[in-house]
Design a binder for this molecule. Structure first.
Ligand code: GLC
Length: 756
């Protein structure tokens, strides 16, 4: 059993491992489900395995227009018991009407599950998940997920298609924005935290929102970052890099997951029995049910894996897909597939049982109108408390990449500020992708946030300068006038939200030329420039942008964007976030990640770069590395100590160091612990993150940070997909990013019989 979930948990989410809210099913619940299944026709069983877009409550769907049923047809299907789940409709009144249709008009009255893509907010929009990962604070993510769950369940949803836990190591892939970045431990911590936040401690509470960690598996490893592309990775890499976040999510209590659109090594995930049954259920002990992704079963034909829709349905079910999303293939083909003997009815019964168990677990069979409370809808959505939390989370997501000392600005100082760029007063791109329930006019843009923070708002001038992609007539000229008259320039540039997210892979991860040209014109004036980047991925920054006096990575921050940016600019909050993704020098370095391999010719001396593992024109490093982020104060680390230079196989060592706030203002630092296995039976990364701790200190204050390490932290997936650790020497760094830090060494050894 090579995939040891316990090992992943012990290593990755020790701090967050609270009792899982999962519950064993009582005997009477099992009997009830079995009795129900015994009464179901094949068509009704296929209906439970069918999930369709809710066309009663349409909104601008985030998906291609495929398989959309008109309201009349959908109502008929529900009354015939041919639908088990609706997704992406919100609103209690509509949900109640639909649920009554299912419960009162269908033969068996099985309640519908209502699902939706609440990825980073329903009406209160929180920072995109990648931004929130920059907080390096899973507890923060748990709090915001809980707030999202309060809003989503108040709007009549039972389940969210989140958290997205794909490890993303190629910034050309648009969906990097939806996850927690390039690192397996950070992503595992956030996966567990978000599941716990969504689900709470009791699935039967009407404010508990089922999670659906997605997309199983390794979707983030698509070749060249090409959306929906192919994945070709070893079994070891699959288990070591891409599966642990799912393991952490399942251990935190997730009872559903979603198969990925992509293929792994020639087999589409949606039809991959080794992946969805042998590995997911056999090795990882997953006990819930599996959604297909949107029409992904139908797409097996386009993959060239199924010969037609009927074959696609058969292959998906045999692989382990329990709930088909949007294609309708299951309800169309299961009766005939079973009657013809092409599909055992017992296989269908297993899938239906999984789905009914989940509906039982959240109390839906006892109370079909669970989470359909009109009162909650008026009191739990877009509350001031949620807006305050969104502001706190946004402030904690902003990464200070560089600062000449120009920041923080003095809010009391009379200084003319020019806010220049396509995102200065823009409200259409505050939320980022996957926030379609949010109301764009409810977001706080940068200009509004600045005016609210300034003693004299009249000192702010706002000029667009250029479009997101295009020049504006006289745009640069008017921007130059404003910058010339100002004491300081804030340059609001980056990606629009339609440049990020699903189906937004980019070949070049740079600023659009029109924006770069604006930046060059502004820099030439010679006033201090602070770049406020808006983005859903790491970007390759150049020239005037990279040479600005200060650069802030502000991602897509959600409802409270303007206030959070103003809080940081004027020093009301101290920047404490760190990069969850490496920023390369050039797009061509992608896929780029910090925990890369040494190779046989690493660059060890920057003056000796011939015949070394680097690009001819670009160093194989990051402009801003994973884990990097500055503060307005200055933190120093000293006194690294290991409780023992030798780690016994079955013991642990303690690693401590002193962190000091050597500056003149309070601040927070994220201390990061990395290791390197010097010699092993598989080449090991030059660094691997193992622990993080966020510490807040007053000026002059010091604190000892303390971590423990055991053999479990040193395991990797070796021959035969076995998780193993190997005795030998390890490097260890305790630092403030994935580069540098206090260095130590220790040895892992196996004690000889009878010896210590
Ligand atoms: C999309 C996405 C998936 C989402 C689903 C429902 O295509 O791949 O993440 O949850 O369809 O909208």
């Amino acid at each position: 059993m090579p995939f040891d979930r316990r090992a992943v948990l012990a290593g990755a989410i020790g701090a967050l491992a609270l009792p899982s809210p999962r519950r064993a099913f009582a005997a009477d619940e099992v009997a009830r489900v079995d009795a129900l299944i015994a009464r179901m026709t094949l068509e009704e069983k296929a209906g439970q395995m069918t999930c369709l877009a809710d066309s009663f409550r349409p909104f601008n769907p985030p998906n291609p227009q495929a398989g959309i049923q008109d309201e009349k047809r959908l109502a008929e299907e529900i009354r015939k018991g041919r639908v088990g789940c609706l997704f992406n409709g919100i609103g209690v009144a509509g949900a109640r009407r639909t649920q009554e249709m299912a419960v009162k008009d269908s033969r068996l009255g099985i309640p519908l599950l209502f699902a939706g893509d609440v990825i980073h907010g329903l009406k209160t929009i929180f920072p995109v998940p990648l931004a929130e990962a920059a907080s390096f604070d899973p507890a923060m993510a748990q709090r915001t997920a809980r707030a999202m769950a309060l809003e989503a369940t108040a709007a009549g949803l039972h389940l969210t298609f989140a958290p997205m836990v794909d490890i993303a190591r190629d910034q050309r892939w648009g969906r990097v924005v939806e996850g927690a970045g390039e690192d397996v431990v950070l992503t595992s911590l956030f996966a567990a935290a978000r599941v716990r936040g969504f689900q709470g401690r009791d699935l039967r509470r009407d404010d508990s929102l089922l999670a659906c960690p997605k997309h199983f598996a390794a979707y983030g490893a698509v070749s060249a970052g090409l959306e929906y592309g192919s994945v070709d990775i070893s079994d070891e890499t699959l288990r070591e890099t891409h599966l642990p976040p799912f393991g952490a999510a399942f251990a935190a209590g997730a009872l559903t997951t979603m198969a990925a659109f992509s293929e792994i090594n020639g087999v589409p995930a949606t039809a991959d029995r080794e992946l969805l049954t042998d590995l997911l259920r056999g090795e990882m002990h997953f006990r819930g049910f599996v959604f297909s992704d949107y029409t992904a079963d139908e797409e097996l034909v386009a993959h060239g894996f199924a010969k037609d829709d009927r074959d696609a349905a058969r292959l998906a079910i045999l692989a382990g897909v329990d709930m088909s999303m949007q294609s309708g293939l299951f309800v169309r083909y299961i009766p005939e597939l079973v009657k013809s003997g092409a599909l055992p009815e017992a296989t269908i019964d297993v899938a239906v049982r999984r789905i009914l168990y989940v509906k039982t677990a959240i109390g839906l069979l006892d109370n079909p109108f669970r989470s359909l409370d009109a009162q909650a809808e008026t009191t739990r959505i877009a509350t001031p408390a949620h807006r305050a939390l969104a502001r706190e989370s946004a402030t904690r997501s902003i990464v200070l990449l560089q600062n000449s000392g120009v920041l923080p600005l003095d809010p009391g100082k009379r200084q003319k500020i020019a806010l220049i760029g396509p995102f200065g007063a823009d409200r259409a791109n505050l939320y980022g992708p996957w926030a379609f329930y949010g109301d764009p006019d409810q977001g706080v843009d940068i200009a509004t946030g600045l005016r609210a923070a300034m003693a004299d708002p009249a000192l702010l001038t706002v000029v667009q300068g250029c479009g997101v992609r295009d020049h504006i007539e006289d745009g640069i000229a008017s921007a130059v006038v404003a910058a010339t008259a100002a004491d300081i320039v804030l340059l609001a540039i980056g990606e629009s939200q339609d440049m990020s997210g699903e189906a937004q892979s980019r070949t070049v991860i740079e600023l659009p030329p029109a924006q770069q040209k604006l930046a060059e014109a502004i820099a030439a004036i010679g006033k201090p420039v602070v770049v406020l980047l808006r983005h859903g991925r790491a970007l390759a920054l150049h020239d005037a942008v990279a040479n600005a006096q200060a650069v802030l990575a502000t991602w897509f921050l959600g409802s409270e964007t303007g206030h959070a940016i103003a809080d940081i600019l004027f020093g009301k909050a101290d920047p404490s976030a760190k990069l969850p993704v490496s920023f390369p020098w050039e797009s061509g370095q992608e896929p780029f990640f910090y925990d890369r391999k040494s190779t046989g010719r690493p660059v060890t001396d920057e003056h000796q770069t011939e015949y070394k593992a680097r690009f001819a024109t670009t160093d194989n490093s990051a402009r801003y590395p994973f884990g990097h982020g500055l503060s307005f104060t200055r933190f120093t680390m000293s006194d690294l100590k290991l409780s023992d230079a030798a780690l016994r196989w079955d013991r642990a060592i303690e690693v401590t160091a002193k962190l000091t706030n050597s500056g003149d203002r309070a601040g927070s630092e994220v201390v990061q612990l990395y290791i390197r296995d010097r010699v092993a039976s598989r080449t090991r990364p030059i660094r691997e993150l193992k622990r993080i701790e966020r510490v807040t200190l007053k000026p002059g204050e010091s604190r000892t940070v303390r971590f423990s390490l055991s053999r479990v932290d040193l395991e990797f997936v070796g021959a035969g997909n076995q998780r193993i650790a190997e005795p030998g020497e390890f490097d260890l760094w305790l630092g403030q990013s994935s580069v540098g830090g206090l260095h130590g060494m220790f040895t892992l050894y196996v004690q000889e019989q009878g010896k210590g």
